[in-house]
Design a protein around this ligand. Structure first.
Ligand SMILES: CC(C)[C@H](C(=O)O)[C@@H](O)C(=O)O
Ligand code: SF4
Length: 470
């Protein structure tokens, strides 16, 4: 019997396997940030150990950094301590760090791919659940806890039970204006937030093959939001073209050898998955969340649901609770929901293609009165590229705030936060209670929906906008 893609990558990394025990895996790339690494380094210090493979370890500052005044000392004492601790740890242990102010600084899941460090067939870990993003390149990539971070720092290996395999096959093509974000939000509402639990998921099918690398990252990013251990996509020409020429990509004969190997990283025709979900992309529409988990979503053209719309008692209760927190009334058309703040950014949708798309919609238009738009590049490189293309000028002319790189309003660990009761349309990946600030209300949306919502002030898609000059 053949093997699935994830089984191939897994098997290539097993250092030790014994019946009834988790496998010991070699880790090709270990990414670090300021939030989940301090105790891990403390553990090394206590045990008198060094970092086993600093050459396979990379750190960046992203969660606690401000997106304005980044050349000044960090004002918040907790954030400042986190960042300073990372700097000291990286200096003490010889780990490469891209700090605030460095041209390679940014969200860890944006930085790895843009440096060409993220490559097909790798095992990649980070003390961060959205490490699944890197699966877009055909890597097994997943988040780990702080004690596991310590283990990987010390040994460059990790104990892991082999997950089951699932295929998500997305047939057909996405309609014009419908994005990877709509696809993955649709999937999560279909499966629920626990639907992927215990599985490594391979996304495949025509709609997935047609996605750009950055759009594939958007899909894989949200694997954890439906409980999957990891999500990956078989590497193809789109993948190779994206990696080629990146600073850390293989060069010359090494490149040819790498691509030859990467071409073998496909699920064999006779391989069997433990489970499969089949979706049709051609029926998908702009999709937004109305609730307090990423699985509480609906097409933008629908109305806020009522608890009575659900059969399961748990779903009824969850809906009632979510509507109360979100300050929404059942039956309200989603397009009438008024939004205070729009956030374009995060490791889900903070890359250059996202900013180009947002700018293409905002060009010649203005953000609605009483609405605030924050555009936050996922990395300094993304910021500089956007500025070279004049996208910053489009954002500023539209009345948006153009910020520095970081996680920003994706989560309330830095100054970019919602006020209690404030409502956002956000291109990030989590809408939990308080995620963007205590009492804040989050609607997860695609980039086009975010941009159109900023212009109209209510949840909208570009199709709702009057033509520029019209
Ligand atoms: C802070 C970090 C551990 C966390 C994660 O694991 O994902 C964060 O990045 C998030 O998105 O919630
Ligand atoms: S952008 Fe958001 S989801 Fe991504 S790593 Fe930062 S906090 Fe986590």
């Amino acid at each position: 019997m053949g093997k699935t893609l994830s089984e191939k990558v897994w098997d290539e990394h097993v250092v030790r396997s014994a019946p009834g025990e988790p496998d010991l895996l070699f880790i090709d790339l270990h990414l670090l940030h300021e939030v989940t690494s301090p105790q891990a380094f403390d553990g090394l210090r206590l045990a008198g150990r060094r970092v086993r493979r600093p050459d396979l370890t990379l750190a960046t500052e992203d969660h606690n950094v401000p997106t304005v005044d980044w050349d000044k000392p960090i004002a918040d004492p907790v954030s400042r301590t986190q960042v300073e601790t990372l700097r000291k740890n990286c200096a003490d242990f010889g780990v490469r760090l891209h700090p605030l102010g460095d041209v390679e600084q940014g969200i860890v899941h944006v930085v790895g791919p843009q440096l060409g460090l993220t490559q097909p067939g790798m095992t990649i870990v980070c003390g961060d659940s959205h490490t699944s993003t890197h699966g877009a390149f055909g890597a097994i990539a997943f988040g780990i806890g702080t004690s596991e971070v310590e283990h990987v720092l010390a040994t460059q290996t990790l104990m892991q039970p082999k997950p089951k395999t699932m295929a998500v096959t997305v047939n057909g093509s996405l309609p014009e204006g419908v994005t990877a974000k709509d696809l993955v939000l649709t999937l999560i509402t279909h499966t629920g937030t626990g639907g992927g639990q215990g599985y490594i998921v391979e996304y495949r099918g025509q709609a997935i093959e047609e996605l750009s690398m950055e759009a594939r990252m958007t899909v894989c990013n949200m694997s954890i939001e439906w409980g999957a251990k990891a999500g990956l996509i078989a590497p193809d020409q789109t993948t190779f073209d994206y990696i080629e020429g990146k600073p850390e990509a293989p060069k010359g004969a090494d490149w040819d050898a790498a691509v030859a190997h990467w071409r073998t990283l496909r699920t064999d025709d006779d391989a069997v998955f433990d489970a499969e979900i089949v979706l049709d992309a051609s029926t998908m529409t702009p999709f937004v969340t109305w609730g307090t988990n990423p699985g509480q979503g609906a097409p933008l053209g629908a109305s806020v649901p009522s608890p009575d719309d659900f059969d399961e008692p748990n779903d009824k209760v969850a809906t009632e609770k979510a509507l109360q927190y979100m300050g929404l009334e059942a039956g309200t058309p989603l397009r009438e929901v008024k939004v205070d703040t729009v956030f374009v950014g995060s490791c889900t949708n903070g890359r250059i293609e996202d900013l180009r798309l947002a700018a293409s919609i905002l060009e010649g238009r203005h953000v609605a009165d009483d609405t605030r738009l924050l555009v936050v590049p996922g990395s300094v490189r993304v910021r500089l590229q956007a500025e070279a293309e004049g996208l910053d000028q489009v954002f500023l002319a539209a009345g948006a705030e153009w910020r520095g790189a970081g996680c920003s309003m994706c989560l309330g660990m830095n100054p970019d936060q919602l006020a209690p009761g404030e409502r956002s349309a956000s291109t990030s990946n989590r809408n939990f209670e308080g995620r963007q600030g205590k009492g804040g209300r989050t609607h997860l949306v695609s980039v086009p929906v975010a941009a159109a919502t900023a212009v109209r002030g209510t949840l909208s898609s570009p199709a709702d906008l009057t033509p520029v000059g019209g």
